[in-house]
Design a protein around this ligand. Structure first.
Ligand SMILES: Cc1cc2nc3c(=O)[nH]c(=O)nc-3n(C[C@H](O)[C@H](O)[C@H](O)COP(=O)(O)O)c2cc1C
Length: 291
């Protein structure tokens, strides 16, 4: 019996498929998109089908879909295809309710900056404004359009190169880095849910070298229920297995531990990220079970 409820997207109603996707790919950053029509009307709308795709050149994308209800083209899509430029402003927790006003389907002449009370920030290269209340604004030049279908809710991936960044000075910390706590970004989940990034921040440095990997750990450790995937990943994150220094001592603090107590102590050390000492216990344990 599978633990999973299974769905064939082709057999789902559009609404169900949409929500399944939104819950599965989450949280999604919100590209708060400023655009301008060919006759000069300014538009502002949020898009959570949004991400960065390249650093060299710096590329971003948003995907305005044809309306799921009416099949109508969104103003943002028409504007960007016509004028080949747009801005993206990061949405913070303070701005989220004003952002929500901009998600209403106003006629194309309506300026959502005015509806939402948000302030236009004049850009340096593009003629479309960013949102001054936002701590991070990107000026973008349109590069590519991929239309996935012409049906209601069919997406249109619009890619653009960032030609200028603006970062508010008060989000930059003393070492010159952008402080995610100060940015206070929000992201979209499924249904009506959002997440506030700085309420759940944690750091996890990417591996600089190749970790030894969980596959190289002894089965007696890997199969022991004391070690979750997370703890095994910590043990396996080393580039080389640390030398067994404790094992060489005739007596040490683990001498009287049973095998089970050894593994419990090892798991406890891994919980606090003390990987070096955890490996010493692994050596002691393996020297006993291997003999
Ligand atoms: C947080 C948020 C994210 C949204 N993401 C998208 C999206 O990725 N694609 C889309 O087509 N509509 C999305 N919408 C709906 C559009 O913002 C909405 O249709 C808007 O009226 C489009 O404005 P426009 O016609 O002026 O371009 C989102 C709405 C909200 C509130």
């Amino acid at each position: 019996m599978t633990k999973f409820q299974q769905f064939d997207p082709n057999k789902l109603e559009l609404r169900e498929r949409h929500q399944l996707l939104l819950s599965s790919v989450a949280p999604r950053p919100i590209g708060f998109t400023g655009s301008k029509s060919k006759d000069g009307h300014i538009n502002l709308a949020p898009f959570s089908y949004h991400n960065a795709f390249s650093s060299n050149p710096p590329m971003v994308g948003i995907s305005p879909a044809f309306s799921g209800r009416t099949g109508k083209t969104k103003n943002t899509l028409t504007n960007i295809l016509d004028t080949k430029e747009f801005t993206l402003s990061v949405v913070t927790h303070d701005m989220v309710e004003q952002m929500n006003i901009c998600a209403a389907e106003y006629p194309k002449e309506v300026d959502e900056f005015e509806k939402s009370g948000l302030t236009k920030y004049p850009c340096k290269i593009v003629s479309t404004p960013g949102v001054e209340e936002s701590p991070l604004i990107m000026e973008c030049k349109f590069t590519q359009h991929i239309q996935f279908s012409d049906k209601p809710a069919g997406g249109n991936l619009l890619l653009g190169e960032i030609v200028y960044f603006h970062a508010k000075k008060d989000i930059i910390n003393d070492s010159g880095k952008i402080d995610p706590i100060k940015v206070d970004q929000v992201a979209r989940m499924g249904f009506n849910w959002y997440t506030r990034a700085n309420q759940g921040l944690f750091e996890l440095p990417a591996p600089r070298t190749c970790p030894i990997g969980i596959d190289t750990l002894s089965d007696s450790i890997k199969r022991n229920p004391l070690f979750s995937g997370k703890l095994l990943a910590r043990l396996a994150s080393v580039e080389t297995i640390p030398e067994p220094t404790l094992l060489k001592k005739s007596s040490h603090k683990y001498s009287d531990f049973t095998n089970e107590e050894l593994l419990q102590a090892c798991a406890k050390l891994l919980e606090t990220n003390n990987i070096k000492d955890a490996w010493q216990i692994v050596h002691i344990f393996l020297s006993r079970v291997d003999n």
